[in-house]
Design a binder for this molecule. Structure first.
Ligand SMILES: [Fe+2]
Length: 386
């Protein structure tokens, strides 16, 4: 996150003596990225954060690929993913490549008996259904419908859900996720033409500080495996930190759409970027106002990126038979566009209530066995005349 945040108590100077009330020292940790060149935070802990007691073993969570070289357009019925009480067990990878996993999850219970840390990837979690609190070692964030939660790699976290009806769309990215560079100035500040600004980005506001010792299970994801690691001190023991590397939230409802006289291309919806994919938010907006404009998109060949759309809410004007929770996959190299009748239907319409999240990946995506369980295997023929 390219702006500074401070929470809790920290000493006046970094790397200097910082004493607890009993005279002993707090333990300092630099939590940084890209070696020592990227964003970092400096945190102060009740105990040394290095006290591994035991590594109890590991298990693979690598997705099972059904189609490695996919050329078919698909529709997946996301709400058919079966809920599971446990957060990690509930996560089902739908689409995958070496940069990114696209995951659906419907956890029913809060993560009570373990902490989770992903060392492989930044996690962008879109809350389609559900509310509660994301608790992390760098502070807590409240969340509800429409929020993106961005959890940088290495952040230790837990979910407290308000109830059992939760639907999450998760993008797990081996590449760091940032806000688009073209919307930031030389100093990192979001510019006037950006569809959102720092005020819209919610920083952690509540720090949990525990000085307990004992046996604390952190499930650590590394290279597609989860290691059960037992630590001797509570993972949430930070008394204060400052810096640029921390989890944050952004509501899709705070995205200000960019519109024009004629159809605007997908980059106006861009919300996040990496060097391997982009994430866009399609939000309720006024349609194009040229008197002869066609609000529906034109047919397009995304020649070198796979396009994944996750449909959240509203009416999806360009598609027939698409419902909330569905995912469409339009693979690179194959043209797609509005369904039959959608172009004509769109003419003269003045606004849309559609809400959707799009992920365009620069490398092809592989379709998993989990995705095939909820796939519409005829979708690729849905552009034929009836
Ligand atoms: Fe498209």
């Amino acid at each position: 996150m390219p702006f500074y945040h401070k929470l809790g108590k920290i000493p006046h100077k970094r790397h200097t003596v910082f004493k607890k009330p009993d005279g002993s020292l707090y333990s300092e940790q630099l939590f940084g990225t890209i070696g020592f060149d990227g964003m970092s935070s400096n945190s102060y802990h009740e105990h040394r954060p290095t006290q591994v007691k035991e590594i109890r073993g590991s298990y693979s969570v690598k997705p099972k690929v059904a189609t490695a070289n996919n050329i078919k357009s698909y529709r997946f019925r996301g709400f058919q993913v079966i809920p599971h009480p446990d957060y990690l067990e509930s996560r089902k990878v739908m689409l995958t490549n070496s940069d990114v996993d696209i995951i659906l999850a419907s956890p029913q219970q809060s993560t009570d008996d373990y902490f989770y840390k992903n060392t492989d990837a930044d996690e962008l979690i879109f809350i389609h259904k559900g509310s509660g609190k994301l608790r992390t070692h760098l502070g807590n964030l409240d969340f509800k419908y429409g929020d993106y939660l961005l959890i940088p790699r290495g952040v230790i976290y837990k979910f407290d859900f308000d109830d059992e009806n939760n639907r999450l769309f998760i993008v797990e990215s081996r590449r760091p996720i940032y806000t688009p560079k073209r919307y930031r100035n030389y100093f990192g500040q979001l510019l006037e033409h950006s569809p959102f600004c720092e005020r819209d980005l919610r920083q952690p506001y509540e720090l949990e500080t525990n000085d307990e010792k004992g046996d604390f299970l952190i499930k650590v994801k590394k290279q597609g495996e989860i290691f059960d690691m037992i630590y001797a001190t509570h993972p949430f023991d930070v008394v204060g930190y400052d810096g640029y590397n921390y989890p944050y939230a952004f509501s899709i409802h705070d995205f200000e759409p960019i519109t024009g006289r004629i159809h605007q291309p997908p980059p106006v919806h861009q919300t996040f970027e990496t060097d391997a994919f982009v994430v866009c938010s399609f939000c309720p907006r006024k349609y194009d106002y040229h008197p002869e404009s066609i609000p529906a998109p034109y047919n397009h060949s995304n020649i070198d990126s796979d396009e994944v759309l996750y449909y959240v809410d509203g009416d999806f004007m360009s598609r027939n038979d698409i419902e909330a929770g569905h995912i469409s996959l339009h693979p690179a190299g194959i043209p797609h566009g509005p369904h039959p009748g959608a172009v004509e239907r769109s003419i003269g319409q003045t606004e849309t209530e559609e809400l959707a999240v799009m992920v365009d990946t620069f490398k092809p995506l592989m379709v998993t066995e989990e995705a095939m369980k909820i796939a519409d295997d005829t979708y690729h023929k849905s552009w034929l005349d009836h």
